[in-house]
Write a protein that binds this ligand. Structure first.
Ligand code: ZN
Length: 292
C-alpha cells in the first residue's frame, strides 16, 4: 500500500442509503448521526412513499447534509420514444433532488445491447443536454459516473473516466461534472492522469458552490472495495479494506486534484444487507479510519 493520507474526518464521511438498504430512511438517518457520520446520499428507493421535501427536512433537522440523489441516467434506447421517456424520467429525478435539497444527481448513463457504444455515448450526451436546462434552473448539478466495463451492455456506455471527462468537456456546463468511484475505475492505468484532468476541467469556471469540496468537474468520490474473488457482479462489493483497491492512493489523487468533499461509502452487498445494520454501520466507520 502507498503512503496513506490522514483518514478523512467524520465531517467528510457520507453513506449511501443503498449501503444499508434494509433500513428505512428515518432509521438510517438516526444511525448515521449516532456514529458521527455527516453526509447522506439518498437513493430514490429510500424515498418510496415519502415526500422528498419532508425527507430533506428530516435529514437536515437530524444534522446531516444531503450530498446527492442517486440516481438518474439510463438515457440510451433504440427508440426515440424510449429516449424521450428517459429524459422525462430524469427531469422528475432533478425535481426530486431540488425538493430534497440535494445539490447533485449522480448519473448511471445507460446502455442497451442493441445500441452500438459510440451511438450510445451520443445518446447520453443528447439526453444530458436535454435535462440540463431544468437542472440549471433548479440549481441541481449532474455527475457522470463511469461504470466498470462489465456493465457496458445494459448499464453504462461510459466505462472510463477519460470518456466521462470528454463528455463533460463537450457539454461544457458548470453544472455537469463527474463522479469518481473506486470500484469502477481502480484498474485504469490512466486514472491518475484523468483525475487530474477532471480537477482542472471547464476552463476556470467554478463548480456549483452547493457541492461541498468540488474541484473542477470532480463532483463526487465513492468508495468500497473489490472482493477477490467477486461472487456477484452487482451485489458483492466489499467493505473498504476487504479487497484489492488501493483506496488511499486514489483518494490522494482526488485530493491532489483539489477535491475536499465527502468520501461516500456505496456498498451493494447481499452479505452485508443480511447482517445487523447497526453493527455494520459501526464497521463502516471503522473502515474509514483504517482503510480509506
Ligand atoms: Zn458510485
Amino acid at each position: 500500500m502507498s503512503d496513506r493520507p490522514i483518514a478523512p474526518g467524520r465531517d467528510r464521511i457520507c453513506i449511501h442509503t443503498a449501503t444499508n438498504r434494509p433500513l428505512p430512511l428515518e432509521i438510517a438517518v438516526e444511525e448515521y448521526v449516532r456514529v458521527g457520520v455527516s453526509g447522506i446520499t439518498v437513493w430514490r428507493d429510500a424515498l418510496t412513499g415519502r415526500e422528498p421535501g419532508r425527507a430533506g427536512d428530516l435529514i437536515r433537522a437530524a444534522g446531516l447534509e444531503v450530498v446527492s440523489l442517486c440516481r438518474g441516467g439510463f438515457f440510451v434506447s433504440p427508440t426515440e420514444e424510449g429516449r424521450a421517456a428517459a429524459v422525462e424520467e430524469n427531469r422528475t429525478v432533478v425535481r426530486e433532488a431540488a425538493a430534497l435539497g440535494a445539490p447533485l444527481v449522480v448519473l448511471v448513463c445507460g446502455a442497451d445491447p442493441g445500441v452500438p457504444l459510440p451511438l450510445a455515448r451520443d445518446q447520453i450526451r443528447d439526453g444530458i443536454e436535454r435535462v440540463l436546462p431544468l437542472a440549471e434552473e433548479l440549481g441541481v448539478a449532474l455527475a457522470i459516473e463511469p461504470l466498470h466495463p462489465m456493465y457496458a451492455d445494459t448499464r453504462s456506455a461510459v466505462t472510463d473516466l477519460a470518456t466521462a471527462n470528454s463528455l463533460a468537456e463537450q457539454i461544457a456546463s458548470p453544472w455537469v461534472g463527474v463522479a469518481v468511484d473506486v470500484y469502477h475505475l481502480w484498474f485504469d492505468p490512466n486514472l491518475e492522469r484523468e483525475i487530474a484532468r477532471a480537477g482542472r476541467a471547464r476552463g476556470g469556471a467554478e463548480p456549483p458552490a452547493a457541492i461541498r469540496g468540488a474541484a473542477g468537474s470532480i463532483f463526487a468520490f465513492h468508495v468500497c472495495d473489490w472482493r477477490s474473488p467477486t461472487r456477484d457482479l452487482l451485489t458483492d462489493r466489499g467493505l473498504m479494506g476487504e479487497g484489492c483497491i488501493d483506496i488511499p492512493r486514489i483518494r490522494g489523487w482526488v485530493e491532489s486534484a483539489g477535491f475536499s468533499g465527502f468520501v461516500e461509502a456505496e456498498i451493494f452487498s447481499t452479505e452485508y444487507w443480511a447482517m445487523d445494520q447497526r453493527t455494520y454501520i459501526e464497521r463502516i466507520v471503522d473502515a474509514y479510519e483504517a482503510h480509506v
